[in-house]
Write a protein that binds this ligand. Structure first.
Ligand code: SAH
Length: 457
C-alpha cells in the first residue's frame, strides 16, 4: 500500500504503538496518535512536529479521513470499537496481536528496500514468523537493497537490448548470480557499472573471473562471516589447505571443483609461487576462485603475497576477513588477551623457524604487562619457552597451549614457561595449536566455558 503522504491513525501510544509508528513513518505516512498518555519517544516526535497527538481517549470521530488505522491500546474493548468504526467506513484496520479484529495483518519483514520479504503466520504464531525472519536476515546480505536498486537502474537498457523475454531472463540470471552482483553487494558499484555496460555491449552475461581470498575462521562453522558463507556457496573452484576444517569445506557449493594445495609444515603440497600462479590462471579462465584460508587471511596467512600476483595481472579480487585463531582460542579457552589487571597489550608472533632460527624481538616480548600469542609454535615450543626465560621472563609465568581452538576437539593445556613443553609432549598436542604466554592465562581455570582445561600430569 502506498502510504507516502497519506493520513494514518494509531490508537494507543505505548511501546507497541511506537513500533508501528516507526514502520509507518518509514513508509512516509502522515501520522496522528490518539491516547491520553504518550511514550517519551513518541512525545519527542510530537514536539518535533513529526506527528499529531490527540491527548485523550479514542472517539469514533477520529476515524474520519484516515487511509489506514492501527489499534495498539492493549484494551480489547477500545480496540474492538476502533476496529468496528474503521470497518464500517471501509478503512483497513490492524489490531495488534488480534487477527480476529483486524482486516489486515502486519507481517514480519526483511527489509532490503526496494526488496522486501514479508513473513506471516496468518496471525497464528507471530513468534514463528519472527524466527523465519531471523533466518532470512542472516541469509540475505545487507547489500541486496543496493543490488535491487542497481538492477532497477539498468532495467530499461536491458529491456531495449534484449527484447526477447528468454534472452533477457538469461542475461539477468548471469548478472545477478555473477561477480558483478557481488561487487554491488560488497559496495564496489563503480566497478560493477563498468562491467554492466560492457556486458550489455557484448550481449553476453558478464563472466570475468575473480579471486576471493576468504578467512574461514578458526574451524567452527558458526564463526564464519555471512560474506564468507555466501562466497563459499557461489564459487566455481576452491583452493584450500590443512587449516580449513572438513566441516567448513562441506559448506562450499557442492559442484565446485576442490583443489588441495596443502601446506603441512616442511611438506608444502604446492610451493607458494605455484599457488599464486594457479589462482591467477583459474581467474583468467573466467572462474570465480575461492581461496579459503584458516583464520584471517592477513594474519600469518600469506594473504598479501597471494594477492600481489593478482594485482600485477589486474585480476579483480576481494579479501574477506576471518576470526583469527588467537581470537578464537582466547574466547573459547577463557583467556582474555588483554585485561586491565594483567595485560595492557597483546602481541602476535610466529614461532616458525626461518633459516634454522627463531628470529623474534625477545627484549620486547619479555616485558611485563603483555600477552604474547605464538602461532605455528608447537614444534618449537621447547626452544621458545627457554628463550623467554633466558631473556628474563620468570619461569613461573603462566603459559597455555590451545589445540584446535573453537572446534569440538579443542584441548587446552595450562602450565608455566618452565613446564609447558613437557606438557605438550605429555598430552600429545599437535598443530594446529597456539601458545599463549602471560598472566591472563591464569584466568582460564575460572573463565573456560567450552571445554575442560588440562594442567596436571
Ligand atoms: N591465518 C591463520 C593463521 C595461519 S598460521 C589465522 O589467522 O589464524 C597457522 C597457525 O595458526 C597454526 O600453526 C596454529 O598456530 C594457528 N591456528 C590456526 N587454526 C587454529 C586453531 N583452530 N586452533 C589453534 N591454533 C590454530
Amino acid at each position: 500500500m502506498r502510504l507516502t503522504g497519506e493520513s494514518c491513525l494509531v490508537v494507543g501510544a505505548g511501546e507497541v504503538a511506537l513500533r508501528k509508528v516507526r514502520l509507518l513513518r518509514a513508509a512516509g505516512a502522515r501520522l496522528t496518535l490518539v491516547a491520553p498518555q504518550c511514550h517519551a519517544e513518541l512525545r519527542a516526535l510530537f514536539e518535533a512536529g513529526e506527528l499529531d497527538w490527540r491527548e485523550r481517549e479514542f472517539s469514533e470521530s477520529d476515524i474520519a479521513g484516515q487511509r489506514l488505522i492501527i489499534a495498539a491500546t492493549g484494551d480489547r474493548t477500545v480496540n474492538a470499537r476502533v476496529s468496528r468504526a474503521a470497518q464500517v467506513q471501509g478503512i483497513p484496520v490492524n489490531v495488534v496481536d488480534d487477527p480476529e479484529l483486524s482486516s489486515f495483518i502486519t507481517p514480519a519483514i526483511v527489509d532490503r528496500s526496494p526488496l522486501v520479504i514479508a513473513v506471516s503466520s496468518g496471525g497464528n504464531v507471530p513468534v514463528l514468523a519472527r524466527l523465519v525472519r531471523a533466518r532470512l536476515e542472516s541469509m540475505i546480505p545487507a547489500g541486496f537493497g543496493h543490488l535491487a536498486r542497481f538492477a532497477g537502474s539498468f532495467r530499461d537498457k536491458v529491456k531495449a537490448r534484449f527484447p526477447e523475454v528468454g534472452a533477457r531472463r538469461q542475461f539477468w540470471e548471469a548478472v545477478l548470480e555473477g561477480p558483478l552482483a557481488d561487487d554491488v553487494i560488497g559496495g564496489n558499484e563503480e566497478r560493477a557499472r563498468v562491467a554492466m555496460e560492457q556486458a550489455l555491449e557484448n550481449g553476453v552475461g558478464p563472466d570475468s573471473g575473480c579471486v576471493y581470498l576468504v578467512g574461514a575462521g578458526p574451524g567452527n562453522p558458526d564463526l564464519l562471516t555471512f560474506r564468507a558463507l555466501r562466497l563459499m556457496q557461489q564459487a566455481d573452484v576452491v583452493l584450500y589447505d590443512n587449516l580449513v576444517a572438513p566441516s567448513l569445506l562441506e559448506l562450499v557449493r557442492r559442484d565446485a571443483e576442490r583443489i588441495y594445495v596443502g601446506k603441512e609444515r616442511n611438506n608444502h603440497a604446492l610451493p607458494q609461487e605455484a599457488i599464486n600462479a594457479l589462482l591467477a590462471r583459474l581467474a583468467l579462465s573466467g572462474k570465480r576462485v575461492l581461496r579459503l584460508k584458516g583464520g584471517d587471511p592477513f594474519t600469518f596467512g600469506r594473504g598479501g603475497e597471494e594477492i600481489e600476483t593478482l594485482v600485477e595481472q589486474s585480476i579483480p579480487f576481494e579479501v574477506v576477513p576471518g576470526i583469527t585463531s588467537a581470537s578464537g582460542a582466547a574466547a573459547y579457552a577463557g583467556i582474555p588477551l588483554t585485561h586491565r589487571d594483567h595485560a595492557q597489550s597483546v602481541t602476535f608472533v610466529t614461532g616458525h623457524r626461518k633459516d634454522g632460527s627463531i628470529a623474534l624481538d625477545w627484549p620486547a616480548l619479555v616485558r611485563p604487562g603483555q600477552t604474547v600469542v605464538i602461532y605455528m609454535g608447537v614444534s618449537t615450543a621447547r626452544e621458545l619457552c627457554a628463550a623467554f626465560i633466558a631473556h628474563g621472563k620468570p619461569a613461573t609465568t603462566p603459559a597455555a597451549v590451545v589445540e584446535w581452538a573453537t572446534c569440538e576437539t579443542q584441548r587446552t593445556v595450562v602450565g608455566t614457561l618452565a613446564d609447558l613443553s613437557d606438557k605438550i609432549s605429555e598430552f600429545g598436542i599437535h598443530s594446529p595449536a597456539l601458545i599463549i604466554v602471560g598472566e591472563v592465562v591464569q584466568l582460564a581455570d575460572k573463565l573456560a566455558w567450552y571445554r575442560r582445561v588440562e594442567s596436571h600430569t
